[in-house]
Every structure is written in structure tokens, then in C-alpha cells.
Design a protein around this ligand. Structure first.
Ligand SMILES: [Zn+2]
Length: 415
């Protein structure tokens, strides 16, 4: 396979310049903090709209869910619309690429296509979703679920830490949340959804690849394990008479880790541990801990759950401690459509790169968009696999490589 050399790097250079400017629309402090409806979000919108127009958009509008949308007509009059997008918001003290790169890179591609004077067959709408991270309100995927037609209107009354409702935050942007239902698209008018996003993991960098084609967005389940033993004086209770809940919990942590090491396409973590009473000289009476499992394949995840219960029973039964597991959260994986994966893989090959398929261990707007249409994602290599961190970084060459892939994808998409 010959690697094409893109000497001009116009897409890479243009997108980097926009990304640098967009990163300045942030609360003060390390990294980038830009949450839904904030002053920074409000200030970025007209700038973004100007960039859309500079890139030749035929129409630009803010929808009633706070999403900024640009539309580029295709050459086919009755073509369905290809939706491309990502989120404008960030976590607190996040990086300059998670989310907004998936808006500004395709924008640079659309600008190049516009300059060439050759319209692709398909109409394209580029969407900067108002919120994916859920940093301000206790809800994620607000913009994409509204477009996908599965937004829960009860969320409009949810308040942030200052008591401001989501509805008021959307009004402050210039949207009308009373009409949020009108944002929903009709499935027959849409031909697919594609998102380009930094990998947020180390695989592409380790394999020296600029891009990867996403197969699925991971499924997640979370459980709360409670282990109940007996408190006692840490000096006077002999070791063999103790019911130490924390010692059992330590074994349970190892069980989770060993299970995930021994199963392909499964990752898991114990991220929270509460010890009661939590005193230096008291035998721990009760421990609650979180257990999270993720897999792109629900069959693997469900088998792993059964395996986990057996292993926990092996580690905890007969220890003198009681234990119970409650499931607190479960979300199935979302598969990327074969048709979109295939078209992306073809575009990667046409741009001169090997095709690497990988699954996304993080959630994305595609989770919501899959309710509307076929979805696909292109991952881009990021430095040290780092994300949700001020030091997020990508190279101009990788922006160009991803741009070349997205350009080929758009130009070959049937509409
Ligand atoms: Zn993201």
C-alpha cells in the first residue's frame, strides 16, 4: 500500500487554525471549559456560524435544542441528507479537541470541497451539538437526542448547580425549547450519521496509524457491591475471629481485575470504595464498591456478568461476611452500521492508509443518533491516548489525514 503524501495540508492547517481560536472560548483556568449555555458557548456560536458561511454553507441556523447546523446542498435534488457532527461542549478543564474537532475538521473538508466547485451528490448537514458531556446538567446527549427524536422533555426542567433550568439555558442561547420537538428529523430524510473524534485511547498511536474505523460504541453496566462484616476493636479481636469487610472487598477488586484480564473485548474497573466506619483502629464493618464493566458486545458482557457473580461467590462465600450486588445502570452497545463502516474503510484505503477497526470504549453522540439512522465513526490518533485533559493533542498531519478520509467519504456517499 502506498501512502499518499498531502503536501499542501490545507485541511489540516485550516482546521488547526479554527481549533486554536475555538479553544479560546473557555472559562479561565487550565485547558478548555465550555459548557452548554455558558457565556463562552454563546460567544462561540456567531463565530462558528461565520466559519460555516466562509466554508460555503447554503444555510446556517441555530435549532431549538441549541445545536448549530450548517447545510451544504448536494448535486442530487432529491438526495437524503448526510448528517456529520460532534459536540461543542467540554468537560471541566478538558482539551481542545474532544468534540469540537469533529465539527471543525469536517468544516475544513466542506470548505475544500466548496473551493473545488464540485458538489458531492449528497446534501450534508454539519451539526455542532449543544451538549454531549453533561457537564452542566445531569443529562448527556441533549442536542443529538433532540435531533434523533428521542429527547425526554422532562429534562427541560432539570436545574444546574445554580438552579437554572435547561429550558432557560437553551433560551439564553437563542433557542426556543417549547418547540424542541420540531428539531427531530424524519428517518426517511436522512441517509446516515458520521462523526470524527479523537480516539481518547492509545491503540492508534501504539500501532502508528493516523485513523481507525469504529465498529461499535461500547455497552456499559454498573453495579454496587455491598459487603457486610462486623466492626470490632482492632487491638483486642484475634485475627481468626474477625469479619473484616475490607479484606473481602480487596479480594473482590482482584476478582474484577482478573475477570477483565482474562476476557477479550471486556474492560472493567472498581472506581469507588466506601469503608464504614472508616477509622484507623476499627475493623471495617461494611464496604460498598462500584463495579463497572464495558464491552462492545452485549453477549460478552452478559457472560462476564455471570462469570463475575461466580467468581465473587468463590471469593466471598463462607467468609463470614454477607454480600449483595445491585445493578445501578445498564446501556447496550450501539453497533456502527456495516454500510457506514464499509464506506469509511474504503475512504481510509483510498487515502492510502491501512484499515484498522476498533471499538469505542467511551460514549458518543452516535448513541442517540442510532435511534434515527445508520451511524459510523472515524477515530483519529491523539497524543498518549490522552483526553478529558488540558494536554489533549493531535498533529496537523493527522488532521489532514482524517480530513482526506472524510473528504473521500463525503464525495462517495450516495445520498
Ligand atoms: Zn467527545
Amino acid at each position: 500500500m502506498t501512502e499518499l503524501v498531502f503536501t499542501e495540508c490545507r485541511i489540516g492547517i485550516q482546521s488547526r487554525s479554527w481549533l486554536k481560536t475555538a479553544a479560546t472560548y473557555s472559562e479561565p483556568g487550565p485547558g478548555v471549559t465550555r459548557v452548554l449555555g455558558s457565556a463562552e458557548h454563546r460567544a462561540l456560536l456567531p463565530v462558528l456560524a461565520d466559519w460555516y458561511r466562509e466554508a460555503g454553507a447554503d444555510a446556517v441556523w441555530l435549532d431549538d435544542a441549541g445545536n448549530l447546523v450548517g447545510r451544504w446542498e448536494g448535486s442530487l435534488l432529491d438526495a437524503r441528507t448526510l448528517l456529520i457532527g460532534s459536540h461543542q461542549d467540554t468537560v471541566r478543564q478538558g482539551g481542545a479537541y474532544d468534540g469540537i474537532m469533529g465539527v471543525l475538521l469536517p468544516l475544513a473538508v466542506l470548505s475544500e470541497i466548496n473551493r473545488s466547485g464540485r458538489r458531492p451528490a449528497t446534501a450534508v448537514e454539519l451539526v455542532a451539538f449543544c451538549d454531549e458531556e453533561g457537564t452542566r446538567f445531569a443529562s448527556t446527549l441533549i442536542g443529538s437526542s433532540a435531533i434523533a427524536g428521542n429527547f425526554n422533555r422532562d429534562l427541560l426542567a432539570v436545574t444546574d448547580s445554580d438552579g437554572v433550568t435547561l429550558a432557560d439555558a437553551l433560551r439564553a442561547l437563542g433557542s426556543n425549547p417549547d418547540q424542541i420537538d420540531r428539531v427531530a428529523r424524519q428517518p426517511e430524510q436522512v441517509s446516515g450519521y458520521v462523526e470524527v473524534h479523537i480516539e481518547q485511547g492509545p491503540i492508534l498511536e501504539a500501532e502508528n496509524l493516523p485513523v481507525g474505523v469504529v465498529t461499535a460504541i461500547t455497552g456499559i453496566e454498573r453495579h454496587r457491591l455491598t459487603i457486610t462484616g462486623k466492626a470490632g476493636h482492632a487491638g483486642t479481636t484475634p485475627m481468626h475471629l474477625r469479619k473484616d469487610a475490607l479484606v473481602r472487598a480487596a479480594r473482590a477488586v482482584l476478582v474484577v481485575d482478573e475477570l477483565c484480564h482474562s476476557t477479550d473485548d471486556l474492560v472493567g474497573v472498581v472506581g469507588q470504595l466506601d469503608v464504614t466506619p472508616g477509622a484507623v483502629n476499627v475493623i471495617p464493618a461494611e464496604v460498598t464498591m462500584s463495579i463497572e464493566l464495558r464491552s462492545p458486545d452485549s453477549a460478552i458482557r452478559r457472560r462476564a456478568r455471570l462469570d463475575l457473580m461466580e467468581r465473587l461467590a468463590g471469593a466471598l462465600d463462607g467468609s463470614g461476611c454477607q454480600w449483595k450486588v445491585e445493578t445501578t445502570y445498564e446501556q447496550n452497545e450501539v453497533r456502527c452500521a456495516e454500510s457506514v463502516q464499509w464506506a469509511l474503510a474504503q475512504a481510509v484505503e483510498d487515502a492510502g492508509y491501512p484499515v484498522r477497526r476498533l471499538f469505542s470504549g467511551a460514549g458518543h453522540d452516535g448513541l442517540a443518533m442510532a435511534h434515527l439512522t445508520n451511524i459510523g465513526m472515524l477515530f483519529m490518533r491523539c497524543k498518549d491516548g490522552l483526553s478529558h485533559h488540558p494536554d489533549e493533542s493531535v498533529t496537523t498531519e493527522d488532521l489532514e489525514a482524517s480530513g482526506q478520509v472524510i473528504r473521500r467519504f463525503i464525495e462517495s456517499w450516495p445520498g
